[in-house]
Design a protein around this ligand. Structure first.
Ligand SMILES: C[S@@+](CC[C@H](N)C(=O)[O-])C[C@H]1O[C@@H](n2cnc3c(N)ncnc32)[C@H](O)[C@@H]1O
Length: 227
């Protein structure tokens, strides 16, 4: 998604978040990713969070880390991240406005660990900012082929990819389902009548017999090393 979409979500929801009510059933890749990342952070001195959004996750992870820089191409996200940082007691995090579409404002081999929680997979084109022996670690819900290709093309080794197909998101009502979909990258704001037809198709696809909405919560976790 483009920068404008993320700026708009940040203005509408106060960050990359949604007010939608839902429950997850099954093992979510997100839980596995967060636990494994927390372990990896304790071994890394210099960490980069690629596409950090409004920084809430970065700040949460900072308790396990020595130092994390989070960057994002959305001015609105970085604005909120800096407000959250200022309001916190966290001293080991810095937020930077930057895009992977241009040279990043970091030096060669600056980082021991780069993680990417549903951020830009094009961070893999910037392998020079990771030290030799350093790790890239990410989670996404789509673009498995693209991530795999980028890992190979940019010379990473020890590539591991694990898919998580078991978990489902359950939305208790149509209102919550529409709210969640409108806040999901790749979807328009469905309260706009121009998207009525597409919304009706989504509703028909995901409504179960009890009137709840069920959507698979597919994720894949990827990890690799710079030789
Ligand atoms: C799905 S959100 C995830 C945000 C955050 N990592 C989290 O887990 O809450 C993706 C984020 O990546 C940022 N982003 C997308 N493409 C980017 C790019 N090319 N360069 C920098 N940031 C980008 C977006 O602005 C957005 O904040």
């Amino acid at each position: 998604m483009g920068m404008e979409w993320y700026d708009a979500i940040a203005r509408r929801n106060g960050g990359y978040r949604s007010e939608a009510v839902y429950a997850i059933e099954g093992v979510s890749g997100e839980v596995v990713f967060e636990k494994e990342l927390a372990d990896m952070l304790s071994y890394a001195d210099h960490v980069l969070d690629a596409g950090c959004g409004h920084g809430e996750f970065t700040l949460r992870m900072s308790t396990n880390a020595r130092h994390i820089i989070g960057f994002d191409f959305s001015v609105e996200m970085i604005k909120i991240a800096n407000q959250l940082l200022a309001a916190s007691k966290v001293k080991n995090v810095q937020f930077v406005h930057a895009t992977t579409k241009q040279p990043l404002p970091f030096t060669d081999e600056q980082f021991d660990l780069i993680y990417d929680r549903r951020g830009p997979t094009s961070i893999l084109e910037h392998a020079h900012i990771l030290r030799s022996g350093g790790t890239v670690f990410g989670i996404h819900s789509g673009s498995l082929d693209l991530v795999t290709r980028r890992l190979h093309e940019n010379g990473f080794i020890d590539i591991e990819i694990r898919e998580f197909n078991d978990a489902v998101c359950i939305y208790p009502s149509q209102v919550e389902f529409i709210r969640a979909m409108s806040d999901t990258p790749g979807h328009p704001d469905y309260s706009d009548p121009r998207h009525h037809g597409e919304l009706q198709r989504l509703i028909a696809q995901h409504m179960d017999v009890e009137g709840k909405f069920v959507k698979q919560d597919y994720r894949f976790i990827w990890k690799a090393m710079k030789p």
